[in-house]
Design a protein around this ligand. Structure first.
Ligand SMILES: [Fe+2]
Ligand SMILES: [Fe+2]
Length: 149
């Protein structure tokens, strides 16, 4: 059976692939537009499902509460940068810089989650919770993907 860490890592790897492809795009192209839409959907869906099925449960424990709050604050930073990019022309020279900034911000966030949060979460969550959360997380990711335009 899959555990929550495996589910989250799958999403993280997808985000890394998409962001690396996005920073390889040029100017106002269909490729840039398509990849940006994919990055946005993936990041937002992941934040929603990860907050509900990972960070909310982790806020119940003293050992993980602070890390959980910190990660959720970083999600907001990521959202703000995405909003900024939405308001910028794809053809503007600043756009690629913002995309690189986003890649940097997200990559750092994922590393912190995988290296620090997963360690602590592994100690507070029971094996059955880890499995149940994986199911709930995967289900919510599927539902959001089905509902997205
Ligand atoms: Fe996160
Ligand atoms: Fe994450």
């Amino acid at each position: 059976m899959k555990n929550i860490f495996e589910s989250l890592r799958e999403s993280h790897d997808k985000q890394r692939r998409l962001l690396s492809a996005l920073t390889d795009t040029h100017g106002d192209s269909d490729k840039r537009e398509g990849l940006f839409a994919a990055v946005k959907a993936e990041l937002v869906h992941h934040e929603n499902a990860e907050e509900r099925h990972f960070y909310v449960p982790l806020m119940e424990y003293d050992m993980t509460q602070e890390k959980a709050r910190h990660s959720v604050a970083e999600h907001h930073e990521i959202d703000e940068l995405i909003e900024e990019m939405e308001a910028t022309d794809f053809s503007s020279p600043g756009w690629l810089n913002s995309a690189k900034k986003l890649e940097h911000l997200v990559t750092h966030h994922l590393e912190e989650e995988e290296q620090e949060v997963f360690q602590l979460a592994g100690r507070v969550l029971s094996d059955s919770e880890k499995t149940r959360l994986a199911g709930d997380y995967d289900q919510m990711m599927e539902d959001q993907a089905d509902g997205s335009p």
